[in-house]
Design a protein around this ligand. Structure first.
Ligand SMILES: NC(=O)c1ccc[n+]([C@@H]2O[C@H](COP(=O)([O-])OP(=O)(O)OC[C@H]3O[C@@H](n4cnc5c(N)ncnc54)[C@H](O)[C@@H]3O)[C@@H](O)[C@H]2O)c1
Length: 252
């Protein structure tokens, strides 16, 4: 068991890679605090995990809210006695537009859900991890924040995801001596609602950008997150870890 008795917050757990990660982490022995906007989906996921073993609690809310970030950490303490890890994974793509056509509101929305929320999460999570003398934080960045990979109209999204790499590296430097590791995970195109699921033309276009000529399944990305949250990655901090089917090395 890779996460035996570790308590982990997973945001964006209502669908896609967050839901896959929650199930995988539970199967690896983690206690889970599940977060996302949609309470009904979280409740169903927690119930399915708890059928096997009583190890998941949930709280619906908006990651842009500092109070919500703090409440997830409080819940980890109340339900399981502390916090060992966080998969800060909630995110949105926003509208895909060339920057000259992009509304400032879209820029602001994407930055606040994808980047400011990560800042708020780290602010709430690090003191709890410090109290334990250990912790692992993972931010879901994206290949688009590193290479673009051929995706059109993603200025706001790319900037937010690149920002997560900088935030992870800075936090890694500040908190390594406290036993807290912070890494960014850069998935390639993944078959989820945000990744074009249900839109065959989008899936075909995105798959075609990857040298592997396919997209990831959510579980493949969850496995990379599991590695970063587990002690298997004990010497990794400040790393932008790429799990992208080679899209960032493709020749155009
Ligand atoms: N799917 C891809 O191709 C891909 C590739 C690279 C990175 N990512 C990133 O992976 C992460 C997970 O996305 P996914 O593909 O599983 O998509 P998804 O749409 O299935 O999941 C997104 C999750 O984020 C949550 N969320 C969104 N806004 C929120 C808010 N304001 N407050 C609380 N929760 C909120 C949603 O409720 C949902 O649970 C995102 O950060 C996304 O940017 C996705």
């Amino acid at each position: 068991m890779e996460l035996e008795n570790k308590t982990i917050i997973v945001t964006g757990a209502s669908s896609g890679m967050g839901a896959a990660a929650a199930k995988l982490f539970a199967s690896e022995g983690a206690n889970l605090v599940l977060g996302a906007r949609r309470g009904a989906e979280l409740e169903a996921l927690a119930a399915s995990i708890n059928k096997a073993d009583d190890r998941a609690v949930f709280l619906a809310g908006d990651v842009r809210d500092a109070g919500y970030a703090a409440a997830l950490v409080d819940l980890a303490g109340k339900a399981f006695g502390g916090l060992d890890g966080a998969f800060n994974n909630a995110g949105i793509v926003g509208e895909m537009q060339p920057v000259p056509d992009m509304a400032i509101d879209n820029w602001t929305d994407v930055m606040s859900v994808n980047l400011t929320a990560a800042f708020l999460a780290a602010k709430a999570q690090i003191p709890a991890m410090k109290a334990r003398g250990r912790g692992s934080i993972v931010f879901t960045s994206s290949f688009v924040g590193f290479s673009n990979g051929g995706m059109p109209g993603m200025g706001a999204y790319a900037a937010s995801k690149a920002g997560l790499i900088g935030l992870a590296r800075s936090l890694a430097s500040d908190h390594a001596a406290e036993g807290i590791r912070v890494n960014a995970l850069l998935p390639g195109g993944t078959i989820t609602p945000a990744g074009g699921e249900g839109d065959p033309a989008a899936l075909e276009f995105i798959a075609g950008l990857h040298p592997m000529k396919r997209m990831a399944t959510p579980v493949e990305i969850a496995q990379a997150a599991l590695f970063l949250l587990s002690d298997r990655s004990s010497f990794m901090t400040g790393s932008p870890m790429i799990a992208d089917g080679g899209v960032s090395v493709r020749l155009v």
